[in-house]
Ligand binder design. Structure first.
Ligand code: SF4
Ligand code: SF4
Ligand code: SF4
Length: 306
């Protein structure tokens, strides 16, 4: 069951008292431009909802909204046109079905993720597992301004890791096997970053990767006909400081290949702690990074490995 997070009095005599909009935003309720009407933003970690969740949401939208839902740009489901008198009964109906409210305002928002390795043939990481873990650790944690995390299963970047305050992108390191290679040259032309080069030597030839260009995308390992490129280490490329909105900023790579879950969560923990410590009110994480300096932030987060 979902914990009651608002003081019960918040919903008492709503017609007579001013609603606490800040408290409402903590539980994903926003005032609409139409007087007395609100949006209820629901939580769908990694964009997943069960069929029975959808039936409940449809029924609540029929009963307390205007019979439709809006799908947000971050995998959220919103019920619009809920009158202030109906916020609490609608929330209770959702809660009884195990559907949680989302979040607005200066805090960690619902974690988004693509399907990842569970169903997508390109996925190299279990995006949903990571999203659920991040949800458990950080959802609604207070931050100087809104804080968004996204997990994307491969370099195709469907969930736009580098447009989020923290982005995690699945990554593989290709390894080349001379014994399997037929010297067809296909990988050189298929690599989207032109990172593969054929080199001649006294011993023969080899195909080598320019690591500064490679984005660990798995095109070579997926498309080499005799499987001469195989996946070596798998892990995560970790981005920090992305944001869209009024002042867009593409995220910076904190670490190109994080191999263990332990390190991934440690770096994310440090990044959120640093933002909570040094971020200014309403300042996005990326803009704080620009103010302090990327190198200094990298040193602080990566420690000796930086
Ligand atoms: S980012 Fe990759 S794994 Fe995720 S949906 Fe897109 S192609 Fe599939
Ligand atoms: S695509 Fe595979 S077989 Fe062809 S050159 Fe590249 S590594 Fe060798
Ligand atoms: S992983 Fe992608 S970017 Fe790296 S060498 Fe292979 S195809 Fe090129």
């Amino acid at each position: 069951m979902v914990k009651m997070e608002l003081h019960p009095k918040l919903f008492e005599s709503m017609a007579e008292q001013e609603l606490d909009l800040t408290a409402l935003s903590r539980v994903g309720m926003m005032r609409q431009k139409q007087p007395d009407y609100y949006v209820m933003r629901l939580k769908a970690v990694a964009g997943d909802l069960s069929a029975s969740d959808l039936l409940t949401i449809a029924s609540v939208a029929e009963q307390y909204g205007r019979g439709f839902v809006h799908l947000s740009t971050r995998q959220g489901v919103e019920i619009h046109y809920v009158h202030s008198d109906n916020l609490e009964p609608a929330r209770l109906a959702l809660q009884q079905a195990g559907i949680e409210m989302g979040a607005c305002g200066p805090r960690v928002r619902v974690i988004v993720a693509c399907p990842g390795g569970e169903t997508c043939r390109w996925g190299v990481i279990d995006t949903k597992k990571i999203a659920r873990e991040l949800d458990t650790r950080y959802f609604k944690k207070e931050t100087p301004s809104k804080f968004k995390l996204a997990v994307t299963g491969c370099a195709n970047n469907c969930t736009k890791a580098n447009e989020n305050d923290i982005g995690i992108r699945g990554a593989i390191e290709p390894e080349w096997s001379s014994s399997e290679c037929t010297d067809c040259g296909l990988c050189v032309s298929l690599c989207p970053l032109h990172a593969i080069e054929r080199k001649d030597s006294d011993e023969g030839y080899s195909y080598v990767i320019d690591q500064d260009r490679c984005i660990n995308c798995s095109v070579c390992t997926s498309l080499c006909p005799p499987n001469a490129w195989v996946a070596g280490r798998k892990g995560y490329t970790l981005f920090i400081g992305g944001t869209m909105g009024r002042i867009p900023r593409f995220a910076s790579v904190l670490k190109k290949m994080v191999v263990t879950d332990e390190e991934l969560y440690l770096l994310i923990e440090r990044a959120i702690a640093l933002f909570r410590e040094k971020g200014r009110k309403k300042e996005r994480f990326g803009h704080m990074i620009d103010r302090i300096g990327l190198e200094s932030v990298r040193e602080e987060l990566l420690g000796e490995q930086g």
